[in-house]
Design a protein around this ligand. Structure first.
Ligand code: DP6
Length: 410
């Protein structure tokens, strides 16, 4: 075997505080509104992808979480990412040929690829795996091909894999500018603030049990575009102003404004789902009880300040953005009302060692909190609580061999 052309990289999950919901072009994945998200730490949630290019590979192959996807030719979104990165690599090779001579250029754009991708979190948890997965694919390809392009340029390629993936190319706080051009050349992600901009901001994810398979976001959002009049109001009159206010709140680290908009936007996203025909329900009884619990937590504290903000995507899981000092109190509340199903370390691993020597769910409730606001739910209604922080963008895994492909390339 000759030289191995291979790169491995990891990419983060992002959770939107202003939601993307609706496409104006389903092929190029162009949205009907701009959106904004927070990138979560890769220590707890990430996708990892290894890509090898070789003249010996007979065809391009992909393994996802250990299982080969044998239908990649038909997967338009994957093919879009391959085509766009190959085209840029080809252009780069032509330039290199001119500058250095053809002998010094490896024609990677002509080689087939073996790709292996894994998430360090269960796909079944319903967390945004397509965002981190496609961001990782686009990023790893750009590194393998040594593409001389900016992250924002690259975001337009990841976008064609899955809309929200474009936002996972940056760390910190990220806006996806919807753009207005038909070719999508101005529909791109930009960083609003870096990862270390607001160190106190943290996230809790409540993984909520869900028996039924819900409507996929791709399908659901197009039904909303076709049938909801409320979506038109949202697109024209709400999101443009909300984007401006949210960017300002982030720049000023104004938690009150950040929390207010985050909850309003999650509520409106689920309202447009309900306004869809037939209606789409992503929240379940547990999700709604979490909303009531957070609302009581925010209204009963003596300062009458917003201390926690919930947001929900296309499923029942809650993501709560709060600041460090409130984390133990909120974890305690969740554990009291949504107790664990026996195995406590799986339920909450306490990654930052906040409860050493203490039992979660058994600490006193905050002063003034009405403990009758929701019932105690059956054990296991919340399967897991993840505690994480704002994190960085994709990165190459360097050093000792840490790739996912074996010597034979599979
Ligand atoms: C509710 O990015 O999964 O999470 O572009 O069709 O792949 P496609 O959809 P996807 O939609 C995510 C929708 C959301 C809100 C958001 O992340 O902004």
């Amino acid at each position: 075997m000759g030289t191995v052309y291979e790169k491995t990289a990891t990419s983060p999950v992002n959770i939107a505080v202003i939601k993307y919901w609706g496409k104006r072009d389903t092929n190029l994945i162009l949205p009907t509104n701009s959106s904004l998200s927070v990138t979560l730490s890769q220590d707890h949630l990430h996708s990892k992808t290894t890509i090898r290019a070789s003249p010996d590979f007979e065809k391009t192959r992909l393994w996802l979480n250990g299982v080969e996807d044998t239908d990649i030719e038909k997967n338009k979104r994957l093919q879009n990412c391959f085509r766009e990165t190959r085209r840029l690599r080809k252009e780069y090779e032509e330039k290199l040929c001119k500058d250095k001579g053809a002998d010094n250029v490896i024609p990677l754009s002509e080689y087939n690829l073996h790709i292996c991708s894994e998430n360090n979190f269960p796909t079944a948890a319903g967390l945004a795996s397509s965002a981190s997965g496609f961001a990782c694919l686009a990023y790893t390809l750009s590194q393998l091909y040594e593409l001389p392009i900016s992250t924002t340029e690259l975001s337009k390629i990841a976008r064609q894999g899955s809309g929200s993936a474009c936002r996972s190319l940056f760390g910190g706080f990220v806006a996806w500018e919807m753009g207005s051009k038909d070719d999508g050349s101005d529909s791109q992600a930009v960083q609003v603030a870096p990862q270390d901009h607001w160190p106190e901001l943290e996230a809790l994810i409540c993984v909520v049990s869900d028996a039924k398979k819900g409507t996929s976001s791709t399908e659901g959002m197009q039904n909303t575009v076709n049938t909801s009049t409320l979506l038109q109001h949202r697109i024209e009159h709400i999101v443009p102003l909300r984007m401006k206010s949210m960017i300002k709140a982030i720049h000023e680290r104004d938690y009150q404004k950040f929390a207010e908009i985050t909850m309003q936007d999650s509520n409106q996203f689920h309202a447009v789902c309900l306004d869809t025909s037939p209606p789409i329900f992503y929240l379940n009884d547990v999700s709604r009880a979490i909303i009531r619990m957070i609302t009581e937590y925010n209204s009963s504290n003596p300062e009458r300040k917003l201390k926690a903000a919930y947001t929900f995507d296309a499923g029942p899981n809650a993501v709560i953005y709060t600041t460090s000092e409130n984390i133990p109190g909120i974890i305690n509340l969740i554990a009291k009302y949504f107790p664990s199903n026996e195995n406590t370390s799986e339920y909450f691993s306490d990654p930052f060692q906040l409860f050493v020597g203490k039992t979660i769910g058994e600490q006193p409730l905050p002063l003034g909190f009405n403990d009758q606001i929701i019932p105690v739910f059956p054990k296991g209604s919340v399967k897991q609580i993840l505690h994480t922080k704002v994190g960085e963008g994709p990165k190459v895994v360097a050093g000792e061999y840490d790739g996912l492909l074996n010597k034979q390339g599979c």
